[in-house]
Design a binder for this molecule. Sequence first.
Ligand code: OXD
Ligand code: MN
Length: 616
Amino acid sequence: MTLTNSSLQTNGDAFPPRTGSTDPNLQAWVDEIARLTEPDAIVWCDGSKREANELSKLLVASGQLIRLNPEWRPNSFLARTDPKDVARVEGRTFICSTDEADAGPTNNWAEPSAMRAELRGVFAGSMRGRTMYIVPFSMGPLGGPISQLGVEITDSPYVVLNMGIMTRMGETVLTMIEAGDPWVHTVHSVGYPLVDASGITRPDVEWPCNDDKYIVQFPDTREVWSYGSGYGGNALLSKKSFALRIASVMGRDEGWLAEHMLLIKLISPEGGVFHVAAAFPSACGKTNLSMLRPTIPGWKVETIGDDIAWLRQGEDGRLWAINPEAGFFGVAPGTGETTNPTAVSTMWGNTIFTNVALRDDGDVWWEGLTDKAPEHLIDWQGKDWTPNSGRTAAHPNSRFTVAAAQCPSIADDWEAAGGVPIDAIVFGGRRATNVPLVAQARSWKHGVFMGATISSEKTAAADGIVGELRRDPFAMLPFCGYNMADYWGHWLKVGKELGTNAPAIFQVNWFRKGPDGDFIWPGFGENSRVLEWMIRRIEGTADAVDTPIGLLPAENGLNLDGLDLSKEAVDQLFAIDQTSWLAECDLTEEYFDKFGEKVPPALRAELASVRYHLKN
Ligand code: OXD
Ligand code: MN
């Protein structure tokens, strides 16, 4: 069965309420979790609009959601979290592979049976006084060849509402599971039971959570258990937990790739269509790039995904990709009328905002939405705020959850079941020094080396020594479900399979600074110039110069027409300083050494080649 609609939501009371499943495994699992967590009630979610409306009404009545003024923002809501539950908790995120070596030095590992015992302890009775929701979902278009199914059990109606936007959620998925499709098990509890073991009740709070948090992946059994947080990637288990951590392991075992990448379609002035997948660490403007408005005439960018891509070799031998998600869970601050007007239009309604500020007219605001802040707001913690308050009105990690289908730049075929063919893969970091605006990899292996060495300079003393490199290989550091060095090996293997069908690989850096400490490159819509160069390289119409670190645009190769950028500035954007690059190579060697024997020899060879060319 192939259905390609992003939303399974139907208007009416389309499905009679379920009391269970005919799939014995699913039913047994639900029974087991219910016995452990002792909820008051169990609801099987059908994904209908009626269900979403009822849940939002329930949350508004309990004070856990604020309905925004429907004149400005129809069917939209604001949630304010506990100040201790505002982001993903990497320190409490575990990869519980049977063998510790499979988690690798970049993940927290815990022995699976010991962790299961610990989880049984915290989950025991954790849903007392609450309703347990069974949320069936599909990652990717229903029935598509790259798609996968999952079920999340949660005691958070806020999570159910978000999952209804972020995934294809509902009854159809249950029928697919009952027809025998495989699925991933995920369990979530906010860890705030309303009744204790002796039967004493307590009232609910605006944002139930627990100081003790666990985000646990069991890659060998394809399971996720999350406890204590109701926030974002900690609680919407389809996203980082399934679509990256568990899916990366599925990809390793089955020969495909689950990546922290946006997906865009580029249309050239001649009508050529190209697809680009790009990996950037968190907070590097991924959503902005996925909705880019080119400044160069004749070019068009259409959105397919803003955060995650699943890539698999197609029957034609090329690499095809889908966005497994159905919505955006974007960072609000910095998303504004000038920086990303497309994202702002996407959120016209049907949006859940979390930890942004509330305007007096019942709409929302955050830093960067408009140049001028309103005179008065209620901040993300529910306190009065004015521009003189000396603190931000929205939390820096405040979010919007909105359906991708509402995005004005969404590509017509963004839900194509088989995905789109990938022409280029881009790796981006946030580097003040060394890394040029754009470089093309000489080969797939060189591209894997570029991905493995993505990094940013530490900027705050709290991060460590200022200027030291924070590594974020493939932008997957917190999201790779297995040993990072094995993951590099898997990428090399996929490249070998693709052979001459492999997409071109590029590295970009929008964040290089000049001697005055300012960013040299204007960024945003001007990044289209860099995309144009990549496409011209793929078409074979742009020249490049071979340098020790990759292929750079030839003199006048990058389209800078109409851009106020001096010759010195352009030179600084592409400067390769031998001394600092050799020093960086030493740091890369130290970094590789952390992974010991597992580092693929091909990557050590790439490092040796960069060093050799720098010296010769
Ligand atoms: C995200 C992240 O929330 O990468 O997407 O942190
Ligand atoms: Mn992300």
